[in-house]
Design a binder for this molecule. Structure first.
Ligand code: NAD
Length: 296
């Protein structure tokens, strides 16, 4: 069993830390926000007064934080308190450059490190069914694997430093694009007098099939249950999709990769968030596109 420090007890971090504790690990949490610390204590987690106290004596430190700047600041604070050959796992979704910077900081401190962003959302975090996309050395991955097994159903070792974040933003850029494409197809079908149900029957088994159609159809009452059937309650909020698309465009710029559709998807989700719909599920772009059309 490991002694684990878990920093960032928000919507994702709190249930992940809880699952580690339930599996018998000795978990000390920390969050900068009083409300998050109090909720964690109420849920039965041990919570330290600061990051360094949580980390003292830990052989694994997990971060689940909002962005690269915060993850870097927290890593700078806690790395000096981490034992040599202990493991730092950053599960936050952050930019590839910051992720590589975290590996370098850990390396200087003699600490093993992994970037390990997740897919699966709050439901997956609670159920312990997340997918981890992991970057870092083999030795670090082997050490982290038993914890990924507790918090998730799958962990893919994608390559060296930053490869997990790269996989995450490539996947989510594709998801953002495919969701908008799906909404365009269903929206056009309606205008052409074609039933939404019939289009689903065709596309879900034809060459246009994709996860956005088959598993998460953005049309209410069509396909399996999805946020569209629940008034587009998130789910995966449009604001989080915009965050990941922004990271994808930052990475595309740095790597000189051509991503014109990724750029356009970023603009569309940005407009959706500006319209006050950031808390709506990202599949709610279905209605947002229709607003555009009425105006156009
Ligand atoms: P959240 O805002 O609920 O939680 C983040 C927590 O970090 C907050 O409780 C905040 O107080 C804490 N925090 C901020 N600065 C801190 C600091 N300096 N020290 C300690 N704690 C600090 O966010 P979330 O939904 O839990 O997401 C966490 C990460 O997971 C993000 O990077 C997000 O992009 C990613 N993610 C979220 C989802 C999702 O569906 N929510 C899905 C996949 C990935």
């Amino acid at each position: 069993m490991s002694r684990i420090a878990f920093i960032g007890l928000g919507n994702m971090g709190a249930p992940m830390a809880q699952n580690l504790k339930n599996a018998g690990h000795d978990v000390a949490g920390f969050d900068a926000m009083d409300a998050a610390r109090q909720a964690a204590v109420a849920a039965g987690l041990s919570v330290a007064d600061n990051g360094t106290d949580a980390v003292n004596g830990a052989n694994v430190v997990v971060l689940m934080l909002p962005n690269g700047k915060i993850a870097t600041d927290v890593a700078r604070e806690v790395l000096p308190a981490m034992a040599k050959d202990s493991l730092l796992i950053d599960c936050s979704t952050i930019d590839v450059e910051s992720a590589r910077g975290l590996h370098a900081l850990a390396n200087e401190a003699g600490v093993l490190s992994l970037d390990a962003p997740v897919s699966g959302g709050v439901g997956g975090a609670a159920a312990g069914t997340l997918t981890f996309m992991v970057g870092g050395a083999d030795e670090a991955f082997e050490k982290g694997a038993p914890l990924f097994d507790v918090m998730g159903q799958k962990a893919v070792h994608c390559g060296g430093a930053g490869a997990g974040q790269a996989a995450k933003i490539c996947n989510n850029m594709l998801l953002g694009i495919s969701m908008i494409g799906t909404c365009e197809a269903f929206s056009m079908a309606k205008k052409l007098g074609l039933s939404q149900e019939k289009l689903f029957d065709v596309v879900s088994t034809a060459s246009g099939s994709c996860w956005s159609v088959n598993a998460y159809c953005p049309v209410p009452g069509v396909g399996p249950q999805s946020p569209a059937d629940n008034d587009y309650r998130a789910g995966f909020a449009a604001a989080l999709m915009l965050k990941d698309l922004g990271l994808s465009q930052q990475a595309a710029e740095t790597a000189n990769a051509a991503t014109p559709l990724g750029q356009h998807a970023t603009q569309i989700y940005s407009a959706m968030v500006d319209a006050g719909l950031g808390g709506t599920d990202f599949s709610g772009v279905m209605n947002f596109l229709e607003t555009f059309q009425k105006k156009g």
